[in-house]
Design a binder for this molecule. Structure first.
Ligand code: 87F
Length: 486
């Protein structure tokens, strides 16, 4: 395979497309906006899913599966949340040569599938809390430019849908799930995120409030929504008549949450960490963490060399690491090095005759190219330590790059300058809808989309008395993080 021809800092979209295809993550498909997830990327989704699934089960969430199809009646039940999304809904109108009586929608999300059933299941406070999740696909017929993992017409996600007797329980779960999303990004994908609450304009219209983890792509200077955890309040309970009798025999509406994380996570990780040699995988999400490559030589019988490699591989597997051994004799070591670098494998172990003699191996880090020699005895622990160091330093490096792209301003001129300099902008804001709409209008240009609020960070800087909104001049209520986004 040839190397990647596009440079990350010169042609980001070509670079990204080449990295995900040469890295064997994606195969293109003849239905626009749809992609094939090859084993290399699907294994990453499985790692993310294993972590999140284990954690939500600790919170008492159970997995279930609801139908892919939604009746038109059910879908338009909550019209004001659907009307904004209506153009994205895909419909089944025919089977074989005959039209269906009623068109059936393909789920774009499952509130309207699940909540008529929740209404049937929930009668008494003893039926609460109800906490269900499903791992599935959803379809949204988007028209904005499709991008593998980042924006596709079908994607994989989990969607959690919970119901509680009290708002306090719902509020608490919203934040517990949001922290799990932070951990997916920071602890597994080594991508720093900012936790915050969405503005009234940006929140899920059907809900009470939306919390979010916001990531950032330095090369494009755009923010990207990482995952969202919504408190729906009692809005859906009202519409779908989801009531329970409390222990005073009073009829009450439930308080609900819904929360989702998608395969977009994988695309964000690729964009943040990849380089001009291809993928750079954080060890926690790498399907293969270490690849062992023998260096044939006339000074040693290749069988002996490979036996030594197998012994090292066994020790590394016994240390719980995901290992690949590449003894292919139809490729040179150099060819193999670039092949595994393309796939982003965090650590390469090279074994040659000299290494056998001195009971050592050569290790090469994918993230910074660092080379070292380590002893073969107790190699499991020492390689595990190197992988931990790679994980930590990738997050630190990404955090520094992200922090360097946040500019704190107080005036409109500073705001526009920072925005056009591809930064995210932290500015004091009056938190009024029409002001956000006007900023969108004033920042929309033909070559970029409008700037919008990404979130109001939970971690608010000091807001000095008398601070005014950078845009409206009205009294500022809080700091908002603004930016162009995906
Ligand atoms: O984010 C989440 C997390 C998972 C569960 N659903 C919520 C809210 C989904 C918002 N949404 C997003 N796109 C849509 C597209 C078509 C119809 C409806 C919708 C829609 O309701």
């Amino acid at each position: 395979q040839l190397g990647i021809s596009a440079k990350k800092d010169e042609n980001f979209s070509s670079w990204y497309s080449q990295v995900v295809t040469h890295g064997e993550m994606i195969e293109y498909y003849d239905v626009s906006g749809c992609y094939i997830l090859r084993p290399w990327s699907y294994a990453m989704w499985e790692i993310i899913k294993d972590f999140f699934d284990t954690e939500i089960k600790k919170l008492g969430v159970k997995n279930a599966y609801f139908p892919l199809f939604v009746s038109e009646k059910a879908l338009i039940k909550e019209k004001d949340h659907v009307e904004g999304f209506a153009p994205e809904v895909a419909w089944v109108t025919r089977s074989g040569n005959s039209d269906l009586e009623e068109p059936i929608a393909v789920r774009p999300t499952s509130e309207t599938v699940m909540y008529p059933i929740y209404s049937k299941w929930i009668r008494s406070h003893r039926d609460l809390p109800l906490k269900l999740n499903q791992w599935c696909n959803v379809v949204r017929w988007e028209f904005k430019d499709p991008t593998p993992f980042i924006r596709s017409r079908e994607f994989l996600w989990q969607e959690g849908h919970t119901a509680f007797a009290t708002k306090e329980e719902a509020d608490e779960e919203v934040l517990a799930i949001l922290d799990l999303y932070r951990r997916v990004y920071e602890d597994i994908l080594a991508v720093p995120v900012i936790k915050g609450i969405k503005s009234e304009v940006e929140k899920f219209a059907g809900g009470l409030y939306t919390t979010t983890v916001e990531a950032y792509i330095p090369n494009t200077g755009r923010g990207i929504q990482g995952a969202t955890s919504h408190c729906l309040g009692q809005n859906f309970a009202k519409m779908f008549e989801i009531y329970f009798e409390n222990d005073n025999r009073e009829r009450k509406m439930v308080w609900q949450n819904s929360w989702g994380l998608t395969t977009r996570t994988i695309g964000v990780m690729v964009m943040v960490h990849g380089d001009d040699k291809g993928l750079v995988l954080p060890p926690r999400v790498a399907p293969v963490q270490v690849v062992i490559i023998h260096i044939p030589s006339k000074d040693i019988d290749t069988k002996v060399l490979i036996e030594a490699c197998k012994e090292t591989a066994k020790q590394l597997r016994d240390a719980g690491l995901r290992i690949e051994e590449d003894y292919r004799d139809n490729y040179s070591p150099g060819w193999k090095f670039s092949d595994w670098e393309m796939k982003g494998v965090p650590l390469r172990v090279e074994v040659g005759p000299k290494d056998i003699a001195s009971k050592q191996v050569k290790v090469v880090r994918r993230d910074n190219g660092g080379k070292d020699f380590i002893a073969t005895d107790n190699i499991g622990a020492s390689v595990a330590n190197i992988l931990e160091d790679i994980q930590k330093s990738m997050l630190e490096k990404a955090r520094e790059a992200r922090d360097a792209c946040i500019v704190k301003v107080t005036s409109w001129d500073e705001f526009i300058a920072a925005l056009n300099n591809k930064k995210m902008v932290l500015a004091p804001w009056c938190d009024e809808k029409e002001v956000e709409e006007s900023v969108k209008e004033r920042t929309k240009t033909d070559q970029h989309g409008a700037a919008k609020t990404l979130c109001m960070p939970f971690d608010q800087p000091e807001l000095p008395q008398g601070s005014v909104c950078f845009s409206s001049g009205k009294p500022a209520k809080k700091w908002a993080l603004w930016g162009r986004s995906y």
